[in-house]
Design a protein around this ligand. Structure first.
Ligand code: GUN
Length: 304
């Protein structure tokens, strides 16, 4: 049986470090770091994320400032809000919650955020610094996954890592961070030929594609470390029966509630093959917010 990598426990450790950093700032007579979150429209998942962010901020003493705009907000209005937040000395970090409603250009918004306040690490300046291996604000999820791996003593040097997924938010930055730590990195994706065989080469498999239960036990090399970034809601009974065949408790929960969260990896099958696996929920999910608050403290400290 594999070890379960407890993301919640590691997120709590990261949040404790942030809390102490906030306290140290206040002891120097500085104000608490402030994170501005911009939420446009009424995507239900986004509302849940934003609520969780606000709760985590409160726990560590970071000021959370919410800006809600209607789904029909014109681009110029969103841009003007970002300009105001960029210029506001009481704001250290700015996060525009994605996805934006149709009609709004997320690239335009993200490129407009001052790189010094870009706590998501999505601005081309911060992406460029990461590419060069220089310090800057880096995307929250991969940063926190790297921290989890370091905490569990996973030695990345020379390791064969496969990152499944090529998003700007997780896949690409994760691949760069693993490369920086001397792993041999393959980025695989939906067009990769013989995906299962590529995954089977991995000593470390990071799945970030948003496809429930895509990675089967037979795709995993015995003894591999598996990091499951996917958070998917499964509502289809046929799919649930297939992907939860090795997880009677999950199947029971599905039958009771009609829907459950699951990752990109078939957790029950992975537990029989891998040496360590992150669960969903309770794995990478809580780490993302811990990464965001770590970045917010970093942004505040760099701005004085
Ligand atoms: N929506 C889902 N994940 C993210 C994220 O990491 N950052 C932002 N801004 N929006 C998201």
């Amino acid at each position: 049986m594999a070890t379960i990598l407890d993301g919640k426990a590691h997120a709590d450790r990261m949040l404790e470090v942030v809390r102490q950093g906030v306290e140290a700032r206040m002891a120097r007579g500085l104000r608490a770091p402030a994170l501005a979150v911009v939420l446009v429209g009424d995507d239900p998942a986004s509302h849940v994320y934003v609520r969780n962010k606000a709760a985590a901020c409160a726990k560590v003493g970071i000021t959370s400032l919410e800006h809600r705009l209607g789904a029909d907000t014109p681009q110029a209005e969103l841009d003007a809000l970002i300009d105001r937040l960029n210029a506001d000395p009481a704001v250290d970090g700015i996060l525009v919650q994605l996805p934006l409603p149709k009609g709004l250009d997320s690239k335009e918004a993200l490129h407009r955020i001052s790189p010094a306040k870009d706590v998501d690490g999505f601005h081309p300046m911060n992406q460029g610094l990461l590419l060069e291996g220089l310090p800057g604000l880096r995307p929250c999820t991969p940063t926190a996954c790297m921290s989890l791996l370091a905490h569990h003593g996973v030695d990345l040097k020379g390791l064969r890592a496969v990152v499944l997924g090529r998003s700007e938010i997780v896949g690409k930055p994760m691949a760069l961070m693993l490369l920086e730590q001397h792993a041999t990195v393959t980025i695989a994706h939906s067009r990769t030929k013989d995906l299962a065989a590529v995954c089977r080469e991995a000593d470390l498999l990071v799945a970030a594609v948003g496809r429930p239960g895509l990675v089967e036990g037979s795709w995993i090399k015995p003894g591999a470390v598996v990091v499951d970034v996917g958070i998917n809601r499964v509502e289809d009974p046929g799919l649930a029966a297939r992907i939860f065949a090795g997880e009677p408790k999950k199947l029971e929960a599905f039958q009771a509630k009609g829907a459950v969260l699951c990752g990109d990896v078939r957790f029950g099958e992975a537990m029989d093959v891998a040496s360590a696996v992150t669960p969903v929920p309770g794995g990478v999910g809580p780490l993302t917010i811990a990464g965001l608050l770590t970045n917010t403290l970093q942004a505040a400290n760099q701005q004085g």
